[in-house]
Design a binder for this molecule. Structure first.
Ligand SMILES: [Zn+2]
Length: 749
């Protein structure tokens, strides 16, 4: 983090300290950039014309000699882009419509250095703080402020780059060399004219008939990372290409955006942030939205939207018992968990009218579920978009203060209302306002921080409120059950923490970014205990909120909060493809056999126990000859009477996976005794041998079921068969013989 940012943060700390009691409003981050944008969208051609005015500052400690922008829509420009090659033209089961490609084109990028503007005399508010002063409104087709006249146009030096794969057909990242480097702390202002063609809805963005979802739709500045940030050695741009299996990474800024559409969209436009105004003029409607402290801006419009508005009111919508319960776990006064009111706006398809209340309830469940545990949602609005049939490719996606959902009319039919898909998508997408809306991790490089942490909290919040994610035909599965089920047999082919585009398949990306890390966090919760774990997670969130943490930053907070070293766990769970599976392989428990053979007594005298049918050894007395009476007492058939020979119990536990984990094994005996043994789990197997007066009933690995990463819980325990009577033994032998006979006849037949 650079100088200005550090000063910004110090300022924030001071403000936070002055702000009074704990639980006061969360301060939004100081902007790295301010954007004022104007875009007019024509649903007939599904094209938009835009102007983006952006004031960007170098918050690093190194000079910046070029600017880099994402031009995401070019992922859909042809079938040779890195996205299209990687996805095979489909994402989440939805195919790209090859008759409706999308693209984005920068027409002009005029540049002014802040220092030059200052020399020419800045307006006072701009001179005082260029990042508090508003930008001139941007309206396509209207001339901007004269300050750009005669300035250089970076379009002339635009160059597409492919930092990840060198694919020359990929035009999703462009670099614009600057005429002279931008010193640390210095700022520039750009006026970018662009046009874009929305694709047919695909991979979160595009248009379907009258419905439009503007995601990744404007030239988006990359992140210039300072040395030391997320472990990097030297300062530089982090601007990845758009890949099939990756989401995004961006800095925080303040947005002010005006959208222009045909008048029939009036009242049916939604976007990131607060709506400042909506005006109809002739046959167009202009809606203006603003939001500070966010790293992206998305919008939507559909003349058929049904608008449902509600409000999250912490006084009414947070049950006191729930807040107190969370406060107890976190060990903080309940006052510290105070949440803020939020205006919720749901843009719903008329066919899903019957599900409005389900979406709304889920939004409130999520607002309090995440907010109490991690910290208040700091924004005033939440906009929820329900895409139409044919537009599902835009569903299930998160943008700051703006999420897209998805449901089906069938889910309002009695019997299917407890298939909680609309609830879980709402909770999940809302949760992304925390991970990565506020955490703003690098989703290209470490998707699990975003998807994995969010999936963990989704399960916590869903299961706490609804109990079951699916309750159908008498079956019930929680969200967490579904995560665990996805681990399958644990044949991972990738690590949890690795670049999103480097997974073997999209399935492997999904498994390692969502379910596996979610289950890993639950495992960690059980290792640390819920109190320590939730405190650590809250501390991680609040320490790194608005600051782009890496996996290593997460690990160091967990290590600091953990009473013992956890590197062995974190290394295997996050940085290896090892799966965890311990199993009880065999259990045996039987009476110690009667002594038979030659034994020496305390005086060193040899004596024979049992009988011989041949002469005894030379030079020894004929033992046993005078003691036959004693041995007769040990004749078979009488052994059950008053027998105090102990039971010898042997349990073998196997390590079937590569993941090495300390293991507890619980042994239960017929006299009711329970005994726990621990094992460091390193070797491939271990044998426990116990001598006790009672016979073993069962042996179980991980009796408290804390090792949630264990991919086969069914092999964790074994019961010993009851001792068989002689008749039962005969039956077993007969069955074995018959089986062999059948097997043989089957082969012959
Ligand atoms: Zn997600």
């Amino acid at each position: 983090m650079g100088r200005i940012a550090v000063l910004g943060w110090l300022g924030l700390v001071v403000i936070a300290a002055l702000a009074g009691p704990a639980g006061a409003q969360v301060e939004l981050p100081p902007p790295v950039y301010r954007v004022s944008m104007g875009a007019s969208y024509d649903p007939a051609t599904q094209q938009l014309e835009g102007v983006e005015r952006i004031r960007w500052r170098n918050t690093s400690s190194a000079p910046v000699d070029e600017l880099q922008f994402h031009l995401y829509l070019n992922a859909f420009a042809n079938n040779r882009s890195t996205f299209m090659v990687g996805s095979g033209g489909q994402l989440r089961g939805i195919e790209m419509d090859e008759k409706r490609w999308g693209w984005i084109e920068v027409a002009a990028m005029r540049l002014a250095y802040g220092s030059e503007l200052a020399a020419e005399g800045l307006p006072p508010e701009l001179a005082a703080d260029p990042f508090a002063a508003p930008l001139a409104p941007a309206v396509p087709g209207e001339p901007g402020p004269p300050r750009f006249e005669g300035r250089p146009d970076l379009k002339a030096v635009e160059e597409f780059i492919q930092p990840d794969d060198g694919n020359p057909e990929d035009r999703t990242v462009a670099r614009y060399p600057l005429p002279r480097p931008l010193a640390p702390g210095e700022w520039v202002e750009l006026e970018i004219e662009f046009s874009a063609q929305m694709p047919e809805i695909f991979a979160r963005t595009g248009a379907h008939r009258d419905f439009v979802l503007g995601g990744q739709w404007f030239p988006k500045i990359g992140v210039f990372e300072d040395a030391g940030m997320r472990g990097r050695a030297e300062a530089g741009w982090n601007t990845h290409q758009f890949h099939a299996n990756s989401e995004f990474y961006a800095d925080f800024g303040d947005y002010d955006v005006q959208l222009e559409l045909p008048a029939r969209y009036a009242g049916r436009i939604g976007a990131t942030g607060r709506m400042l105004s909506e005006e109809v003029e002739g046959d167009t409607v202009r809606a203006r939205f603003a939001q500070e402290g966010v790293h992206d801006f998305a919008w939507t419009a559909d003349p058929r939207f049904l608008v449902v508005e509600d409000r999250f009111d912490p006084e009414r919508d947070v049950p006191a018992e729930q807040a107190e319960a969370v406060a107890r776990v976190l060990g903080v006064p309940v006052d510290e968990l105070r949440l803020q009111p939020v205006a919720i706006r749901l843009l719903l398809q008329p066919a899903h009218r019957g599900q409005a209340e389900r979406y709304m309830e889920a939004a409130k469940v999520a607002l309090r579920g995440y907010g109490l545990r991690l910290g208040a949602y700091p924004y005033e609005t939440l906009t929820m978009v329900d895409p139409p049939r044919g537009g599902f490719g835009a569903g299930g996606m998160e943008y700051p203060t703006f999420i897209t959902l998805g449901t089906h009319p069938l889910l309002q039919v009695p019997g299917f209302t407890r298939l909680r898909a609309p609830e879980s998508v709402t909770v999940h997408e809302f949760g992304h306002n925390f991970f990565q809306g506020m955490i703003a991790s690098n989703e290209f490089e470490e998707a699990w921080i975003d998807e994995g942490m969010n999936s963990y909290y989704e399960a916590v919040v869903m299961d706490e409120h609804y109990g079951g994610m699916i309750e159908l035909f008498g079956m019930r599965a929680t969200s967490f059950d579904l995560d665990r089920l996805q681990l399958g047999d644990g044949a991972y082919r990738d690590r949890v923490a690795q670049p999103a585009w480097s997974y073997r398949t999209s399935g492997s990306y999904g498994l390692n970014s969502y379910a596996r890390p979610a289950v890993t966090l639950r495992h960690l919760e059980y290792l640390l205990g819920p109190e320590t774990f939730h405190r650590a997670m809250r501390r991680f969130f609040q320490t790194w909120r608005f600051r782009h943490p890496s996996t290593a930053d997460f690990e160091s907070i967990i290590q600091e909060e953990s009473p013992g070293d956890l590197s062995w766990f974190l290394e295997q769970a996050l940085h290896s493809d090892r799966s965890l599976d311990y199993a009880v392989r065999s259990v045996r428990s039987s009476r110690q056999p009667e002594p038979r053979g030659w034994f020496r007594d305390e005086d060193g005298e040899l004596s024979l126990l049992g009988e011989l049918d041949r002469p005894h050894g030379i030079g020894e007395p004929p033992p046993g000859s005078e003691d036959t009476g004693e041995q007769e007492a040990e004749q078979p058939g009488e052994e059950d009477d008053a027998d105090d020979r102990p039971y010898i119990t042997e349990v073998i536990v196997d390590r079937l996976g590569e993941f090495v984990h300390p293991v507890t094994v619980e042994l239960v005996f017929e006299d009711g005794a329970r005994m726990r043994r621990s094992w460091d789990g390193r070797d491939r197997w271990v044998r426990f041998r116990i001598e006790r007066p009672a016979r073993l009933v069962s042996a179980e690995v991980d009796p408290q079921q804390l090792m949630t990463l264990d991919v086969d819980p069914l092999n964790n325990s074994r019961r010993l068969e009851p001792e068989r009577t002689p008749a039962a033994k005969v039956l077993v032998h007969l069955m074995f013989w018959l089986q062999n006979l059948f097997a043989l006849s089957a082969v012959v037949g």
